[in-house]
Design a protein around this ligand. Sequence first.
Ligand SMILES: Nc1nc2c(ncn2[C@@H]2O[C@H](COP(=O)(O)OP(=O)(O)O)[C@@H](O)[C@H]2O)c(=O)[nH]1
Ligand SMILES: [Mg+2]
Length: 181
Amino acid sequence: MRKVLLMGQSNVGKSAVFNRLTGAGVTESNYPGTTVDYFKSRMRIEGQDVDLIDVPGTFSLQPKDKAEEVTVKMLEEEKDALVVCVIDSSKVERGLYLALEIIEKGYPVVIDLNMWDVAKSGNVKIDSEKLEQILGVPVVTTVATQGEGIKDLVTRMKDAAPVQIEKIIDKISGDKGGAYS
Ligand SMILES: Nc1nc2c(ncn2[C@@H]2O[C@H](COP(=O)(O)OP(=O)(O)O)[C@@H](O)[C@H]2O)c(=O)[nH]1
Ligand SMILES: [Mg+2]
């Protein structure tokens, strides 16, 4: 079964996205040999069943505690996974660091700029189209608590494909205008 991993830092809205994507049939599991719990559920994408996993939050792929260790292991155990990288749009740099680490490992990634409402009300302006163009991965914006953008997130999953990090570096160095304004 294809796996979709929801990854990101703590409190960015991973579980809110998870709850929007799943209906009934959520199971809670304990990662073997640890006290770290995670949630899993079946969902359908483009007519295919996939397992959606709400992975414990992590700041980076250099684990600082047990939960982060589990996150890194879960990623490494699922070489064929599609990763939805959930980012708090009001603190986008932090989240992008993790997203780049995951892209660098060769996973197909969709970036979910969640908390779009918070960014807007805080006057944080992000050009999500430009970000998508630079990174070469689908970038969507969501307000998970309202269900906004969730359909778009599902639709864009099929566009996720591995990207070589060198390509991103080339684009950044050849591009004077950034994705932020
Ligand atoms: N305003 C706003 N709040 C959100 C959004 N998504 C999640 N939240 C809230 O942010 C908090 C953290 O969300 P949660 O899903 O538990 O984050 P997780 O730690 O990444 O799983 C909760 O209080 C959510 O209700 C969003 O898009 N907008
Ligand atoms: Mg959570």
